[in-house]
Design a protein around this ligand. Sequence first.
Ligand code: HEM
Length: 159
Amino acid sequence: MLFSEPPAGYTRCEYHGLHAFKWTGEDGSERYVRYHWLPEDGVATLSREEAKERGRDYLRAELAGRLERGPAAFTLELQVAGEGDDSADPTQEWPADRERVTAGRLELTRIAADQEEGCERLVFDPLRLTDGIEGSADQILNFRPRAYDVSIRRRLKLG
Ligand code: HEM
């Protein structure tokens, strides 16, 4: 994600997914969608000077302080592919006026204990999906699980 100015916090910026996923409705209808996570705290940036003054770990420190004051939440908006939108190419933007549907809400309550220090067991595999959601023909998306599998094995020295 590119910022013209640094974000004021992890919960003060929007997150826009590049990959398209296929969502199947109860009626069997299928749509390709892209995810947009919008912060309930609102978007806020800092000047580059201020970000520098706050130090290298300011985002981590800000998040810890923010969560002490209560949960922080994001709204999940789905951008629905329209006629001619390419679901297989993450480098192609879809028109901004495509239909958007609110599909969920994510509440962050705390930083997980196993993220505090050391090397965690977490794999960031974007193809571990729940029923009704599938990937797309996007080659980058489909390559990622293989790269992450090799990476975590090496990271945890599992051979
Ligand atoms: C749009 C495409 C991609 C996105 C958005 C993306 C995003 C990410 C994210 C968020 C992480 C986790 C970072 C963390 O744990 O803090 C990650 C890890 C990683 N990515 Fe990607 N990635 C993409 C494509 C790729 C591709 C094409 C490759 C390799 C060919 C790759 C190789 C890796 C590796 C090796 C890791 C570390 C995995 C681990 O040890 O758990 N990524 N990526």
